[in-house]
Write a protein that binds this ligand. Structure first.
Ligand SMILES: [Mn+2]
Length: 295
């Protein structure tokens, strides 16, 4: 920073607007990877603007987490530059995500992928699966994303959970929109898919836990939340999970399993009020806190 001005005259543009002592790559346990890519969406696009909006909104969060009674940013949060999209298609883009994340995962960083559309998640899981052979994925989404192909592509965001399932056990929670072919596939394979609101009960978290291995990657499509809270998504579905239901599930999972990485996907900020980017940022910071300091 230029000499002659006090440090508080400059707001860092990283996640949580952290100063250099809390955001160096070497010393940070958490690494934020923004990926402004939405070429694989099917309805309304705009998720390419999600990462920037989340990081911008995160500067308005308090560092202190009242539930955990500590500042998770004490572990250090480094924000990478945005990963540049490729025009070679979502399969190639997911490959770039794997490449970008692999060295970070090898260093046991907690990588927080900010999307971007859900087609990026299989690439993140590839990086984590290489480092944690017993990995499982907790996949929160209004949609099952289990089609084998969609609109001519195996790498559409509507196929993301199918591509994840090919790599490791996958548990899907919050589903309330499903194609008949997905319905048949779920029943044939006896997949752990918790449909909403039918699965909403006090025992949900314990039931979900029985499906998860010791190391868990959390993939969260923001459309799992009810659209009254989170309208800024490309494919909103009524009847979704509440803020408290999502946090309770994640907190219980973090207390019984190790959350090694996560993503927050599909925020399309132009499709809703500014509160949506703030909610997405807060969710990312809550997940960092749960993963770093399990209660
Ligand atoms: Mn979805």
């Amino acid at each position: 920073m230029p000499p002659g001005l006090p440090r508080h005259a400059f707001t860092p543009s990283n996640f949580l607007a952290l100063g250099p002592e809390q955001s160096g790559l070497e010393t940070s346990k958490v690494v934020v990877l923004p990926v402004p890519y939405d070429a694989a969406t099917s309805f309304r696009s705009g998720a390419r603007d999600g990462p920037r909006a989340i990081i911008e909104a995160s500067r308005h969060l308090e560092d202190f987490d009242t539930e955990l009674q500590r500042e998770p940013c004490d572990a250090g949060i480094h924000t990478l530059h945005e990963l540049e999209p490729t025009a070679a298609g979502p399969g190639a883009m997911a490959g770039l995500v794997t490449q970008a994340m692999a060295p970070l995962v090898q260093q046991r960083k907690l990588v927080a992928l900010l999307g971007g559309d859900h087609s990026l998640t299989p690439g993140a899981v590839t990086a984590y699966r290489a480092a944690f052979p017993d990995l499982s994925v907790l996949y929160l989404d209004a949609h099952a994303d289990l089609r084998d192909t969609y609109q001519g592509s195996r790498f559409s965001h509507a196929c993301a959970a199918r591509r994840v399932l090919e790599q490791c056990p996958t548990t899907i929670v919050g589903v309330r929109s499903i194609a008949q072919e997905e319905w048949r596939f779920i029943n044939e394979q006896r997949l752990p898919v918790f449909q909403w609101p039918a699965a909403a009960s006090a025992g949900l978290a314990e039931h979900v836990l029985t499906t998860l291995t010791p190391h868990v990657y959390v993939s969260l499509d923001l459309d799992v939340l009810d659209p009254s809270l989170m309208p800024a998504v490309g494919t909103p579905e009524p009847g979704g999970m509440s803020w408290e239901q999502v946090l309770t599930l994640l907190r219980v999972v973090s207390s019984q399993r190790t959350i090694v990485g996560f993503d927050i996907m599909e925020l399309a900020p132009a499709l809703g009020p500014p509160s949506c980017a703030y909610i997405a940022a807060k969710l990312a910071y809550k997940l960092m806190g749960y993963a770093l300091f399990p209660s």
